[in-house]
Design a protein around this ligand. Structure first.
Ligand code: MTE
Ligand code: MO
Length: 383
């Protein structure tokens, strides 16, 4: 593979792998604004960043179980109503490094910043599919189509040099309320190359792996996508499954992400001044479930206090058309008097009352995905 034409990147990013380029910002960058600037947004790739230089000739082919194959050019997509949706994108591998510490897992190591919150601008997939003759709120097409597959331009070794791909159910793709976008903007700017220029899918509330970048084609299929990242990766296995007894076909591809939170203003082991400190971080849940509450402990989880949380637009000239930021994280903060030595813990509760698990051991899985265990940081005071 050819990595000689990668885009420029912010020098402060923490690089987890160079080729393909996988990097996250320092955790403190996540709490400096509600909207994560593209420069500090994690970058998760499986191959070289493709180059699209002729935007006039760039098109997305729509094929599969439809009447007529269609080519959609950017001018066709730009003509559709434009929506701005604030959505948090989170890699299923976020916090993998910590999971690996209890028992080794396979995959790129990530701290707590394989996550970011952006305003995605683009056409709704439901409108795009309506344009090619698939009505809104369809569950099946006349020819039996039930899934919408997204195929990329990029090439990766997991697909034996073929393109990255994924699918979502047709019912989600044609549901305007699901806010699935073909996005051409991020935070009011055209997408940059790292994040999918010129066009990417955004599936709000779902693990990042389904938000295919550099879209090349959309296929209407009877079955879900059979690609590597749907069938042999990004599945949640129980702790009893290891590389000798794994049977990939027994599990579904992971879609929604579970409730998550992390402390971003501190890290192991910070030394703090005696007195009050402000503890800050993020909390988010998948599937459009909001955050009900964030609980903070400074004694390792024996006693708790409730953090305050907020959502606000970072870019006043863009409003979120979804009304509330139901796909977006909340930032939280709480003031606390830190004892001599403290184990600070965060756990969030979503609107369905789902709570993060206390211990990573109970959710350990061989691919190291969905580490949503209580986030802990250890601090002590100056001598
Ligand atoms: N799309 C393509 N074409 N190639 C990829 O490697 N990675 C996926 C997804 N879409 C990927 C892709 C994964 S695993 C994640 S978490 C998100 O893109 C990351 O998006 P970002 O790099 O814009 O943060
Ligand atoms: Mo990911």
């Amino acid at each position: 593979s050819d990595y000689s034409q990668e885009p420029p990147r912010h020098p402060s990013l923490l690089i987890n792998s160079k080729e393909p380029f996988n990097a996250e910002p320092h955790r403190s960058a996540l709490i400096s604004s509600y909207i994560t600037p593209a420069d500090f947004f994690y970058k998760r790739n499986h191959g070289p960043i493709p180059i699209v230089d002729d935007i006039e000739r760039y098109s997305v082919s729509v094929t599969g179980l439809i009447e007529n194959r269609k080519e959609l050019y950017m001018k066709d997509i730009w003509k559709l109503p434009k929506y701005n949706v604030t959505a948090t994108l989170q890699c299923a591998g976020n916090r993998r490094t910590a999971m690996s510490k209890t028992r080794k897992v396979k995959g790129v190591g990530w701290d707590i910043s394989a996550i970011g919150n952006a305003i995605w601008g683009g056409a709704k997939l439901a409108d795009v599919l309506a344009l090619i003759g698939i009505p809104k709120s369809s569950r099946i097409t006349p020819s039996g189509g039930k899934h919408v597959e997204f195929v990329s331009i990029d090439k990766c070794k997991e697909e034996n040099g073929g393109p990255y791909k994924a699918s979502i159910p047709l019912s989600q793709a044609t549901n305007p309320e699901a806010d699935v976008l073909l996005a051409y903007e991020m935070n009011g700017e055209p997408l940059n190359r790292d994040h999918g220029y010129p066009l990417r899918v955004i599936v709000p509330g779902v693990i990042g792996a389904r938000s295919v970048k550099w879209l090349d084609s959309i296929n209407i299929l009877a079955e879900e996508c059979q690609g590597f990242f749907m069938q042999r990766d990004y599945k949640m296995f129980p702790p009893s499954v290891n590389w000798d007894n794994i049977n990939w076909s027994t599990r579904r591809p992971q879609m929604d992400f579970p409730v998550q939170s992390a402390i971003c203003s501190l890290e192991d082991v910070n030394v703090v001044k005696p007195g009050k400190i402000t503890i800050k971080g993020y909390a988010v849940s998948g599937g459009g479930r909001g955050i009900e509450r964030v609980d903070l402990s400074i004694d390792g989880g024996k006693t708790w206090m409730e953090a305050s949380k907020f959502q606000k637009a970072g870019f006043p000239y863009i409003s979120d058309d979804s009304g509330s930021d139901k796909w977006a994280w909340v930032l939280f903060e709480v003031e606390a008097d830190i004892p001599w030595i403290a184990e600070i813990v965060a756990k969030a509760v979503d609107t369905a009352a789902n709570v993060q698990p206390e211990d990573v051991v109970v959710i350990w899985n061989l691919r190291g995905i969905l580490n949503t265990s209580w986030h802990r940081v250890h601090v002590r005071q100056y001598d």
